[in-house]
Write a protein that binds this ligand. Structure first.
Ligand code: ATP
Ligand code: MN
Length: 539
């Protein structure tokens, strides 16, 4: 077990709580193997990493407040050369560069304190991989313990790591010497099955690095890896919610009437779906206790990590304070949500929902997609960022990110799209597009859809309440829109009708359709005709 006192640090290389620990090439002064929550709190406080917040969460601040996608590299070798879709977010690096940086990191940690957690990525015993996280920061150790799947005592005793993540934020790369882009780096080597992270304290890198690994590995065994949340209704009906950051995966999957499978990363196998994770990482900026009671509660619990949430003088969290970042987060084990699926697995989905936060106010709050439209939307991966809060009214900024997660998808988007289409066809799942963004005008003029209305629309779709409802087609994207949904005013269902000036709507829709067309040009050649036909026509 852990053998660290405040003043005397000693190395323990065997642990009663896990398989014998050997860390090749590392000579730390103190090693904590599978430390528990209380030990990690003490270590984090002793090391000055954070503070305890009202109710018990550990609150920390980080040097970077978001991921560093441009600093992620994949080692190019025989395993990856022809299988990775290079370019975009998938930047190659030579094996020798990885090896040299690895060595420098190993000597850097000599004489330092390290925290080691043995965890699974994946709840499904058939597809999970064992990951050994070797980390400098106690709070990262707690973060991965919260976010990944915690092995049972028996599993821990027999634990064999398939992968190792070495995460040392205080180690800064020297771009000239180390062959990387900045002092921050995330290097993934599929042959050594090792991830190196340095320069950034943002804990989300730990989870998204392993997400990228699974997204590369799983398609080889016919498993579709997905950037989506998942929950299941009382009838056992599974729903998936795809979407880019901020579109509502976490918010909308935490539904009191449906059990949560997971909030961000899943695989779809021959048997059904499984969560890659054992916890959630929820955005908490401006969180409302009324609209999101389950997630709100996690911000008051012992064991939760609050990242970049500002504490008041009395250490109560101010969830409205965005002075450090908009991207404030609560990281907690999934058990902190009341209604969950304990084994993190479910059957084949009955419904697949694509979430988008359209700040142009153009896309309908709910529409139904054909299989071709599904592939078209999946490859497009649209959402829109609201403009920065600088002076003047600025237009929203469109984001097109393939598979609703381009930074985490090492393979060609066509591979993922075909796999998804196969799974959807075999399961007969219905596919929906939901705009959780603006209605009645673009950002600054219209309003964001209320969480209550979005939930009602989604539940109507999932519960089969729309079977007898008439649908109409809008002219720009050819999307099928329901004409009536109980509990939601009909005016908002058709976006054109929600705008005060329908002519202004038409102009905005034409502009957005043009952005979709332009983005899709680079994929047209590689997809079937039926999918290309889903491109909005110039009107
Ligand atoms: P990430 O991939 O970064 O985890 P996410 O898809 O899980 O992102 P959420 O954390 O659910 O996104 O963020 C959605 C945000 O939008 C929340 O802050 C939520 O309060 C807010 N929101 C406002 N209106 C809606 C709506 N109608 N539906 C969903 N979320 C909404
Ligand atoms: Mn989320």
């Amino acid at each position: 077990m852990t053998t660290t006192g405040e003043h005397k640090l000693t190395v323990s290389s065997a642990s009663v709580e896990g398989a014998p620990l050997s860390l090749e090439g590392l000579n730390p002064a103190a090693l904590h193997h599978n430390p528990g929550v209380a030990e990690l709190y003490e270590a984090a406080l002793r090391r000055g990493e954070g503070h305890i917040s009202t109710g018990g969460p550990l609150a920390v601040r980080t040097n970077k407040t978001g991921r560093s996608p441009k600093d992620r590299f994949i080692v190019e070798d025989d395993l990856t050369r022809d299988a990775v879709w290079w370019g975009g977010f998938n930047t190659p690096i030579a094996p020798a560069v990885f090896a040299a940086l690895h060595e420098r990191m190993q000597s850097y940690v000599t004489g330092r304190e390290l925290f080691v957690q043995d965890l699974y990525a994946g709840t499904d015993p058939q597809h999970r991989i064992g990951v050994r996280f070797v980390q400098e920061m106690a709070y990262h150790s707690l973060f991965v313990r919260n976010l990944f799947v915690r092995p049972s005592a028996d599993e821990l005793a027999a634990f064999v790591p398939d992968w190792t993540v070495l995460n040392i934020p205080s180690f800064r790369a020297d771009p000239e010497r180390d062959g990387v882009r900045s002092d921050t780096f995330i290097l993934v080597d599929f042959s050594r099955r090792t991830v190196l992270v340095g320069g950034t304290e943002y804990a989300g890198e730990n989870k998204k690095a392993m997400f990228g690994v699974l997204n590369f590995l799983l398609p080889a065994s016919g498993v579709m890896p997905m950037h989506c949340s998942a929950n299941v209704g009382k009838e056992g009906d599974v729903a998936l919610f795809f979407g880019l950051s901020g579109t509502g995966k976490t918010t909308l999957s935490a539904d009191p009437d449906r059990a949560l499978i997971g909030d961000d990363e899943h695989g779809w196998t021959e048997q059904g779906v499984f969560n890659f994770e054992g916890g959630c990482y929820a955005k908490v900026i401006g969180l409302s206790q009324e609209a999101e009671p389950a997630i709100y509660r996690t911000t008051t619990l012992y064991g939760t990590v609050l990242e970049n949430v500002v504490l008041r003088n009395d250490h109560s969290p101010d969830l409205n304070d965005n002075s450090l970042t908009e991207n404030t987060r609560s990281a907690y084990p999934i058990e902190f949500i009341d209604n969950i699926v304990p084994d993190g697995m479910g059957g084949h989905p009955k419904n697949v929902v694509f979430l988008t936060a359209d700040a142009f106010g153009v896309l309908p709050p709910l529409s139904r997609l054909s299989e071709e439209q599904m592939m078209y939307q999946f490859i497009s991966g649209f959402t829109a960022k609201i403009p920065g809060t600088e002076q003047g009214v600025v237009d929203p900024e469109p984001t097109f990110s393939t598979c609703f997660g381009a930074p985490f998808m090492p393979r060609h988007p066509g591979e993922y799209a075909r796999l998804l289409a196969e799974k959807v066809r075999a399961s007969g799942a219905k596919v929906w597009l939901v705009n959780t963004g603006w209605s009645g005008g673009k950002y600054g003029q219209g309003k964001r859809m209320s969480i209550g209305h979005t939930r009602r629309l989604i539940n109507a779709a999932l519960n089969g309440e729309l079977g007898d409802v008439a649908f109409v087609r809008e002219p720009f994207f050819d999307l099928e829109i329901p004409t009536a949904v109980p509990g939601v005013p009909s005016e908002v269902l058709n976006p054109r009708g929600a705008w005060a000036d329908p002519v202004a709507y038409d102009a905005a829709a034409r502009t957005l359709a043009g952005m979709f067309r332009k983005n899709f040009e680079r994929f047209s050649a590689g997809v079937e005709r039926g999918v290309t036909d889903c491109m909005p026509e110039p009107v």
